[in-house]
Design a binder for this molecule. Structure first.
Ligand SMILES: CC(C)(COP(=O)(O)OP(=O)(O)OC[C@H]1O[C@@H](n2cnc3c(N)ncnc32)[C@H](O)[C@@H]1OP(=O)(O)O)[C@@H](O)C(=O)NCCC(=O)NCCS
Length: 172
């Protein structure tokens, strides 16, 4: 993937309510979820590096990752998002990290629910704002983030042009 782009949001009083379809539950994931989380990443992103071992090292057992959340339905993990804190890169601002929902379960509000839940948890932890890194081609994700109040970070002409193209594609 070529460029990374960044978005930010204040964690104010108006984050929005989490709503799940019946039968779905929100939970915090642990080491026992490594295989399921790896399968979900593979299904959602189609990369080949997100093995169970990678998932443990980079996510479930990584001191920078403060929490990994999931939505389960009948025991199956169908959506996820995480909180990563890297002071060297982003100071006190946490990163909304590796957001995904399973392709068979999209369009039901699970992406929105897992992001909102993660934002509420960040606020509970005392964080004042949040950032995320994504790529211009991830239009469904960008549309979701914009709808939840994330604002593009535009630091130069190149980024402005990227965002102009994204808004055009989204019909904004
Ligand atoms: C982005 C992603 C998590 C959305 O998951 P989802 O479960 O389908 O999301 P929701 O059903 O909650 O949709 C919420 C909003 O996202 C946007 N959205 C979701 N799918 C979309 C699509 N195919 N096209 C355009 N917008 C879309 C819409 O704004 C939608 O709100 P609406 O239904 O009121 O129009 C999912 O598409 C995904 O996992 N993508 C691949 C991985 C990825 O790109 N992750 C983000 C990395 S930064």
């Amino acid at each position: 993937m070529p460029e990374n782009i960044m978005m930010r949001k204040m964690l104010d009083d108006d984050i929005g309510e989490v709503s799940l379809p019946p039968g779905y539950i929100l939970t915090r994931l642990g080491l026992n979820d490594a295989n399921d989380l790896s399968s979900l990443y593979n299904a959602a992103f189609g990369f080949d590096f997100q093995t169970p071992q990678w998932t443990i090292k980079e996510m479930l057992n990584n001191p920078e990752v403060k929490a990994v959340y999931g939505i389960k339905c009948g025991g199956k993990l169908v959506a996820t998002a995480a909180i990563r804190v890297v002071p060297k890169l982003y100071g006190d601002t946490p990163e909304l990290h590796w957001v995904a929902s399973h392709p068979d379960y999209r369009g039901q509000g699970l992406g929105k629910a897992i992001v909102l839940h993660t934002l509420h948890e960040m606020k509970q932890m005392g964080f004042k704002d949040v950032l995320l890194i994504t790529q211009p081609e991830r239009l469904p994700a960008i549309k979701l983030y914009l709808s939840l109040g994330f604002v593009p970070e535009v630091k130069n002409d190149e980024e402005k042009q990227l965002w102009d193209e994204i808004h055009k594609k989204l019909g904004n």
